[in-house]
Design a protein around this ligand. Structure first.
Ligand SMILES: O=C(O)CCC(=O)C(=O)O
Ligand SMILES: [Fe+2]
Length: 341
């Protein structure tokens, strides 16, 4: 069922919300040092924050593009599943393409299958940085929009990464040099749809995971996202992230944990059925993943490269040497095998 984003049922009042910071894009863009310090604090603790995009022209552009992509998602997921699987991603080969519901590795104890389908659309494919795979005609007709969104999503990620580098006393370009837009990478726009659960409160939208790139920029309109608490006394408990109009949800992925040797955090998160009356609607999200370009080295940068490396993101397949310095391309393949997408 489609519903305009103006008249969605409210997020229930009585749920425990993650106390994540609200950061102003306008202040970050103007280099406000207090706002920059708040980004560092947020990424050292929760690894998540809201970014107010309504308060800057650049942010408003990204918001408008995310809403146009919501309309694209509503349209493209309507295709019959037989047609969608014709664009299926090839596990362990490429992350780009269609992922049907029910294929993500289950990480929760009670083993509920995931109910979310994705289209992962490569930034390189849209921009001609790498040879494209096939995509449905609806997606190809939106290529200009996807080019704009991927460029602006990447720029938004770079504002966060420049802010963090400055706060950490690094060269402001340190992380940008590992996440170049013009180089082949795992960067992509993801469109997701999770069906209304219609009373199946036990279904899981997306099992708990950490993202494995650098920065994730998430747009969603209905609740369902939960993150692990970092608040004393509640650490590890699930807390809800309530969608806030005019804001994106930003989180760091495992690459930033690796680059800073554990100083910055990539929090575990998952998607559960939308709460209360929101559960009667299909839930969509529009995501941009900034990932290190394929030949970037997955090791701590500058002063963080002190010989002791933190183990990020669990065990890789048997026989893989965890001490080896991976390129981002190799690392993404290992993580995708781990996660099943
Ligand atoms: O849809 C969401 O709210 C989150 C999606 C997500 O975590 C992901 O695609 O990695
Ligand atoms: Fe995620």
């Amino acid at each position: 069922m489609h519903s305009s984003i103006q008249d969605l049922p409210p997020f229930p009042e009585d749920l425990h919300l993650a106390p994540i910071a609200q950061i102003s894009s306008s202040k970050l863009l103007s280099g406000d040092p207090q706002e920059a310090a708040r980004v560092l604090e947020a990424t050292k603790t929760y690894g998540f924050f809201y970014l107010n995009l309504a308060d800057s022209p650049e942010g408003q552009t990204l918001l408008s593009e995310s809403e146009q992509l919501l309309a694209l998602a509503q349209n493209v997921f309507e295709l019959p599943v037989e047609e969608k699987v014709g664009y299926a991603l090839q596990k362990g080969v490429s992350l780009f393409g269609y992922k049907p519901a029910g294929t993500v590795k289950q990480t929760d104890k009670d083993l509920r299958p995931d109910t979310t389908e994705f289209f992962n659309i490569s930034k390189d494919h849209m921009h001609g940085i790498a040879d494209s795979r096939t995509y449905p005609p609806q997606i190809l007709r939106s290529r200009e929009l996807l080019k704009e969104f991927t460029q602006h999503g990447h720029q938004c990620g770079m504002v966060v990464l420049r802010t963090l580098a400055q706060q950490l006393g690094l060269d402001p370009e340190e992380f940008l040099d590992l996440n170049r837009f013009d180089k082949p990478s795992g960067d992509h726009c993801r469109l997701t749809r999770k069906f209304a659960h219609h009373g199946k409160e036990n279904a899981i939208g997306l099992p708990s995971h950490t993202d494995f790139g650098s920065v994730t920029i998430l747009f969603n309109w209905l609740g369902g996202l939960q993150i692990e608490s970092r608040t004393e006394g509640r650490v590890g408990e699930w807390e809800w992230v309530k969608p806030m109009p005019g804001h994106a949800v930003i989180n760091l992925g495992d690459a930033m944990v690796k680059f800073t040797n554990g100083l910055l955090k990539s929090a575990k998160h998952r998607v559960v059925p939308s709460p209360g009356p929101q559960g009667n609607l299909d839930r969509y999200s529009v995501v941009y993943f900034v990932r290190p370009h394929n030949d970037a080295l997955m090791k701590p940068v500058g002063p963080f490269d002190n010989g002791a490396t933190v183990n990020v993101a669990g065990k890789f397949s048997a026989g893989i040497d965890e001490k080896k310095v991976f390129t981002a391309g190799e690392w993404m393949v290992q993580r995708a095998i781990q996660l099943g997408n």
